[in-house]
Design a protein around this ligand. Sequence first.
Ligand SMILES: [Zn+2]
Length: 282
Amino acid sequence: MIHSRAYVDQVQVFCINGGGGLDPDTYVVPASFDAALHAAGAGPCAVDALGAGAADAAFVAVRPPGHHAERSCAMGFCLFNNVAVTAAYLRSRGERVAIVDWDVHHGNGTQKTFYRDPDVLYVSVHEFPFYPGTGWFDERGDGPGAGMTVNVPLPGGTSADSYLAAFGRIVMPVVAQFEPDWMLISNGYDAHRLDPIGGMLLESWDFGALARWAADQVPTGRVITMLEGGYDLGALTESSMATVEGLAGVVRETSWPTEVTGSAQRITDLAVRAQAAYWELH
Ligand SMILES: [Zn+2]
């Protein structure tokens, strides 16, 4: 639904022939194609399971991740765009989908897939400047999708309180005003304080608070988190537990930080202003 047939075939042939580097970051072996197909199919499986009443929420633990993959291009460890496949699947059923991407990297592939789509909201909070270089606040969607892409590019070293405050100032009101039928999370843990790649300072329990917020935005059984990045195994374990607790609603509601400080403050103000034509933000 979102990749070209030629690209899918190309990845398959490349893997079967022994693998190697699809790009400087994206290394594959013969088994990678099947792994990537399962990762891409896991989201639609979760949609079906939730639709059948099997659970109240889905925590989808898959690798390879997906949010950098574009229509005909592997990038940044990603072969197929798992969250975008899931959104396209829901979209084909007439559902209104919000994708919130809290991986520390910008999800260029997801943004591009739905850049002109008025029924899929893409919101990303990420480190900037950083890989892959996209996700500045002036990237806001185009044509009928104008305003349906929202980027919050925070500087490296942003504190957990400032991160959550910026999230509260932009992501929360945008999602509330969009009124999604389904919430999909590009659930990366590389914004964790211990992550060796990312420069953000979130703690494991912060992901629990974010997950609880996500689950509260839609009726029961309409929230799916899709694993993206996260490269400190201890942080990945703890943050995953916190996320599941958040989805299950067993995380205590605490007061949400409201003040963005330091160098994140100016960029948050600019991002708010950039979205003023589309969303009511303060
Ligand atoms: Zn990442």
